[in-house]
Design a protein around this ligand. Structure first.
Ligand code: IPD
Ligand code: CA
Length: 274
């Protein structure tokens, strides 16, 4: 890391301040009433005015606080805020509202997710639930935290007793494949949860509110902050068959559950399909 690169804790403090303001804006806009502003990949993949306003606010704040950094966001991509790259360069990864469909319907599972990456590695991240104010943070090597408590993942060792969270993409063809996988898996685990916000799923796994989580199709902004919270809480966060966690598959499971869950998902070709 370059000497001018801030420590993960310093980046986390910035992330937390920015995410709190962003979540306050999302909360206020929800209270004022939201509607669909546009659709993206499919007719059910919606964006509200709040998604855009919140991401704009985050980009503006980061530009003010850290003018040289790059920013990647769900709504505006790398946009005009892209900064220089090179050793020690910081890139922020933001999902202004993860769980947009929940947000639209007033379900209390949506979050601002903001992570800082240095040299391509996520070093700090915060996930803040817009409705409840629950806030999960992590720095690389510094643990995962919520409300001053250090988080530890579940100690469950039996896949048959595991509560497993997952999610589905927006493309109906992808969903059909995901549904076939989950239809098999649900017979082999305690139960399945589909809460509707990947970042919160990962944070719930970090504190043992679910035992494990998997999903195909996550984007960088879905995974960055929540993935660090999960791994710092002791979960193994990986893809299938030696591939790193990414768009093809994210499996987040306590070490004792990872192998059996991975084996079932690999048998079911969970990373396959459209
Ligand atoms: C979605 C949510 C959902 C997951 C999808 C994501 P969005 O993000 O995290 O839980 O299943 O894969 O795309 O669209 O609400 O930001
Ligand atoms: Ca989003």
């Amino acid at each position: 890391m370059d000497r001018s690169t801030p420590a993960p804790q310093e980046l986390l403090e910035i992330a937390v301040d920015v995410a709190r303001d962003a979540a306050a804006t999302a909360y206020r806009m929800r209270a004022e009433g939201v509607s669909v502003a546009a659709t993206k990949s499919t007719v059910t993949d919606v964006v509200t005015a709040a998604d855009r306003a919140v991401e704009r606010q985050v980009i503006d704040a980061l530009r003010r606080l850290r003018p040289g950094d790059a920013v990647l966001g769900e709504e505006f991509g790398a946009g005009e805020a892209a900064g220089p790259s090179g050793p020690g360069a910081v890139r922020w990864i933001v999902d202004p509202i993860d769980g947009t469909v929940n947000y639209l319907y007033g379900l209390p599972h949506s979050a601002v997710s903001l992570a800082a990456e240095v040299d391509g590695r996520v070093v700090a991240g915060v996930v803040r639930n817009v409705s409840t104010g629950d806030e999960w943070t992590a720095t690389v090597g510094g643990g995962a935290w919520r409300a001053g408590e250090r988080l530890r993942c579940s100690t469950e060792t039996d896949l048959g007793q595991a509560l497993v969270a997952t999610g589905f993409g927006y493309d109906p063809r992808r969903r059909a494949h995901q549904a076939r996988v989950v239809a098999e898996l649900i017979t082999q685990v305690r139960d399945i949860r589909r809460l509707g916000a990947a970042a919160i799923d990962l944070c719930y796994a970090a504190e043992g509110r679910v035992d494990a989580y998997y999903e195909k199709g996550l984007a960088a902004w879905d995974l960055a902050a929540g993935g660090l919270v999960a791994s710092e809480a002791g979960l193994r966060v990986d893809g299938l068959r030696g591939v790193a966690a990414g768009p093809d598959m994210v499996v987040a499971a306590p070490p004792a559950l990872f192998e059996p869950l991975h084996a079932r998902l690999a048998d079911l070709d969970a990373s396959g399909g459209p």
